[in-house]
Design a protein around this ligand. Structure first.
Ligand code: HPA
Length: 275
């Protein structure tokens, strides 16, 4: 079946169950799924029920869509994302974004876990992204343009929406939270980077490193969605300290950060609701 027919089928399945078009979609990364717990009377759709929807196999990813009000804004929450390293194609991992884009959701809000490359960043720090380096060696827009909403050659000068960035920083100030601004570099994984790769990434201008977010951001931006992304530093990137990296450490650090992240994102959503 053609890709855009699959997108249309998934969308019709979801929109039959959820009558309100959400204003924003939130993607919760490793260990950050807790945010959806603050939605009252949610509509929950497991990924397994949605036609053509790829399944997330990564640890710390629940694999369901949760719809409802977070503060005063109707949102779709993705508890769990798909990664390129799981063996999916770029088209597969960006399938949900295309569904949300076709639905007319205007804001794409992502969170992720990352390694801190910038020597001033500590595990537990929240970093709002103002730019990225796509180091995955491919691009999710390669191939046919699937949607009337999608641009062939999207400008990437302001990929991360400047207004949402300002609103998130204002929300952080109001809640006495510290956030940093940074550049995210995406490697494919699943092996963590080597110390030499991290030194290279630092030289290239990256502050944090991870294995997600960039493909979805490119698609969301190409479809005209406003993108916001926040990264929680889970560990010092390879070689910054003598400690080895582990998935357990990443999940543990992210679970600690859920509270702060929830406050930051709720504050941002409140401001989106007031716009
Ligand atoms: N590298 C890549 N991805 C990550 C890291 C890291 O150090 N920490 C959490 N996700």
């Amino acid at each position: 079946m053609e890709y855009n027919k699959k997108v249309a089928e998934a969308l019709s399945y979801i929109s039959e169950r959820v009558s309100t078009t959400p204003k924003a979609v939130l993607v919760l990364g490793s260990g950050l799924g807790g945010l959806a717990d603050s939605i009252k009377d949610p509509i929950v759709i497991p990924y397994t029920e949605i036609p053509h929807w790829p399944l997330s196999t990564a640890p710390g990813h629940a694999g369901r869509l949760v719809f409802g009000f977070l503060d005063n804004v109707y949102v779709a929450v993705m508890q769990g994302r798909m990664h390129f390293y799981e063996g999916y194609s770029m088209k597969d991992i960006t399938f949900p974004v295309r569904v949300f884009g076709e639905w007319g959701i205007s804001c794409y809000i992502a969170s992720n876990a990352s390694g801190g490359i910038n020597l001033a960043y500590l595990p537990g720090d929240m970093v709002v992204l103002y730019d990225h380096i796509n180091y995955m060696g491919t691009n999710p827009l390669i191939g046919t343009v699937f949607s009337e909403k999608e641009e062939r050659f999207p400008d990437m000068s302001y990929t991360y929406d400047r207004e949402l960035l300002d609103m998130a920083e204002a929300s952080a100030r109001e809640n006495n939270l510290t956030v940093r601004r940074g550049v995210y570099i995406a490697f494919t994984g699943p092996s963590y980077e080597t110390p030499a790769e991290i030194r290279m990434a630092r030289t290239l201008g990256a502050d944090v490193v991870g294995m997600s977010t960039v493909p979805e951001t490119i698609v969301a931006h190409s479809m005209g969605m406003r993108v916001f992304a926040v990264s929680c530093v889970a560990n010092y990137a390879a070689g910054v300290t003598s400690q080895k990296l582990s998935e357990e450490e990443v999940i543990r650090e992210m679970e600690k950060a859920t509270g702060k992240l929830t406050i930051l994102l709720k504050g941002l959503l409140r401001k989106i609701g007031e716009e």
